[in-house]
Write a protein that binds this ligand. Structure first.
Ligand SMILES: *Cc1c(COP(=O)(O)O)cnc(C)c1O
Length: 308
């Protein structure tokens, strides 16, 4: 998405990019339809926009999304005041869900949006540099140019800082004129910007790192499964090791750190109560030896705590 978009807008972070992308274009009388597992920054942006009519659909449930769209279309008719623009219906989804690593059914979302006259926004924070040879989820699903708003971060695969919104030139120009966190806050530093440009250059040159990332992810996940761990529904290098109990996850992580493996616990309120986990993130620069070192620490702690 970053590579090859019609227009792009750089902000100091992905969190802020979601705030700008959503709160600048929707207001009280617009309608937002959002996946229940969307990122916290999307949830906060919807709150900030003070949208009265928001619908949260069950994770990736396209049947419920369609019902919500039908309700929204009916609602638009009652909300529209004469002489004013019709309320917007905005569908928002993470591309890759950040805690579980599964992928949104974007082709279905786009088709439903077209059918019901809604606009689409995707937060591809974990897709860029990972899916579609590193070009992101639109490339992965062959949907280039079909998503109205794409948001990304430069803090995940790119390893720096920054947030990006891409879309049509007119939309990006509107954000530039109206986005309050852009107008009233400082931009990215020169050093961070230079590092981001370099990162994009490296990624554009070859997809060797992307390939290595996916082979590392497969190696790590196969290793966890062989040991008897549950890695949930992931379809990407985000590799959760499901533990359930909050305290167990905390203790597991501390014991890993004592063995020189840094893997933070993910627990409530980042995920629902009782769904705590360790989220393991392989990178393209891990060697097989590094991954084996990590897996053996997980094996030892897993046995000690009775998880495997
Ligand atoms: C990390 C993340 C963000 C926030 O990005 P920052 O650049 O760290 O502010 C937004 N959305 C999703 C889905 C993320 O995973």
């Amino acid at each position: 998405m970053i590579i090859g978009a019609e227009a792009a807008f750089l902000l100091p972070g992905g969190f802020i990019a979601n705030i700008v992308a959503i709160a600048t274009i929707v207001g009280k009388d617009d309608i937002v339809i959002s996946d229940e597992l969307n990122h916290a920054s999307i949830i906060d942006a919807i709150k900030l926009a003070q949208v009265k009519n928001k619908f949260i659909y069950k994770h990736k449930d396209m049947g419920e999304l369609e019902v919500r769209l039908q309700e929204s279309v009916a609602l638009v008719k009652t909300l529209q005041k004469s002489g004013e623009r019709a309320p917007i219906i905005l569908i928002i989804s993470d591309g890759v869900f950040s805690m579980d690593g599964d992928i949104a059914p974007l082709p279905e979302i786009v088709a439903l949006a077209k059918q019901y006259g809604a606009i689409t926004m995707v937060d591809d924070a974990h897709g860029e540099g990972v899916l579609g040879q590193g070009r992101g989820i639109a490339h992965h699903f062959n949907l280039k140019g079909q998503l109205d708003i794409e948001v990304g971060t430069l803090s995940k695969a790119f390893g720096v800082l920054g947030g990006v919104i891409t879309g049509k030139k007119e939309l990006i120009e509107y954000y530039r004129q109206k986005g309050r966190p852009y107008l009233f806050s400082t931009g990215l530093s020169v050093a961070d910007t230079a590092a981001v440009i370099k990162g994009i250059e490296i990624l554009s040159r070859s997809n060797g790192l992307v390939k290595k990332l996916w082979s590392n992810a497969k190696y790590l996940r196969d290793g966890f499964i062989k040991l008897g761990f549950d890695t949930g529904q992931t379809e990407t290098p985000i590799t959760p090791v499901m533990l359930g109990d909050e305290n167990l996850a905390k203790e597991f992580s501390a014991k890993l750190l004592a063995r020189r493996v840094f893997a933070t616990p993910i627990k409530y309120p980042m995920v629902a109560l009782g769904k705590a986990r360790i989220r393991a993130m392989p990178s393209a620069v891990h060697s097989k030896k590094d991954l084996d070192f990590g897996l053996s620490a997980f094996a030892a702690v897993g046995k000690e705590l009775g998880v495997i």
